[in-house]
Ligand binder design. Structure first.
Ligand code: BJW
Length: 237
């Protein structure tokens, strides 16, 4: 195996499933109860802000009640060990809006689809840490306007920090995708981006994702088992 220096990791809802947070596209997934176009688009928010605020108020509560699992802990360990050895860069790009990577102790985490525990003021553009509800229209702590929305990237909106992500993918020797279905772009295209720059690509998932054919290797099983085993392997190289 070629020497691994730079690692880019993409995580999705599957890594938090064993922490009790629902995924989106499973038979019992979130989109079964809440149509995507109603709760995860700017048009849906304009049509029925109360429904969307209630949906994310409930998601925020679930996030606060959840605890990191063994997969989050293993990635946090890898993050810390990789920094200590100074072998190269590491970035965890998560599509998840929960803060379980951070609570497990990871520090190099980028939330490309936003964060449940953040509110964004559409009047003054300020962002605020937010643990409470938004459905009652609280004032923005910066400008006072009742214009706070969840700090979430909905369909048709630009995911956060794409330049930083593409730079990390271009430098990666190893790209690992964990617990994501590969149904949503641009994240679904990261495997091809990384491979086009020469990275080895690995997916860790309960079942094959939609883009499984693009990976050099797929390992199937629960993240709480696959991720700690893979981290152990990488740290031994
Ligand atoms: C386990 C497990 C266990 C379970 N262990 N594994 C036509 C073609 C191509 C693209 C488009 C198109 N029409 C529109 C688009 C673009 C659109 C898009 O991709 N649409 C698709 C539906 C086709 N994308 C966008 O609009 C994005 N913006 C954009 O593209 O801007 C333009 C741009 C241009 C150029 C460069 C960059 C940008 C924005 C997407 C926003 C997504 N937002 C959401 C909701 C907000 C967050 C929230 O509420 O939480 O983000 S949608 C939802 O899906 C959420 C997730 O982050 C995202 C991905 O889901 P994920 O994580 O993969 O979950 P699941 O449920 O799908 O899969 C779980 C997986 O885990 C499964 O595989 C299980 O097997 C596995 N699993 N238990 C291991 N224990």
């Amino acid at each position: 195996m070629a020497e691994i220096r730079n690692i880019a990791i993409l995580t999705g809802a599957g890594i938090s499933a064993e922490s009790g947070l629902r995924t989106f596209r499973a038979e019992d997934g979130l989109w079964e109860d809440y149509p995507i176009e109603e709760v995860a688009t700017p048009q849906g928010f304009r049509r029925d802000p109360d429904l969307v605020q209630r949906f994310y108020d409930a998601r925020r509560e679930n996030v606060l009640a959840a605890q990191p699992n063994a997969a989050h802990a293993a990635l946090a360990r890898l993050d810390a060990e990789w920094a200590k050895t100074e072998r190269g860069e590491l970035l965890i790009v998560t599509q998840n809006i929960d803060d379980l990577h951070e609570r497990a102790g990871a520090s190099r985490v980028l939330h490309m689809h936003g964060e449940a525990l953040s509110a964004w003021c559409t009047a003054c553009d300020a962002r605020h840490p937010w643990a409470g509800t938004l459905r009652d229209g609280p004032p923005c702590p910066a400008c006072g306007a009742a214009a706070l929305r969840p700090d979430i990237v909905w369909f048709g909106e630009m995911p956060y920090q794409m330049e930083r992500i593409f730079a990390a993918l271009a430098r990666a020797d190893l790209f690992v995708s964990i617990g994501t279905s590969g149904a949503v772009y641009p994240a679904a295209g990261f495997v091809q981006q990384a491979a086009s720059h020469g990275a080895r690509t690995l997916e860790l998932n309960l079942e094959r994702s939609q883009g499984s054919q693009w990976f050099d290797e797929s390992r199937l099983g629960p993240a709480s088992e696959l991720v700690p085993a893979w981290v152990e392997e990488v740290l031994e190289t």
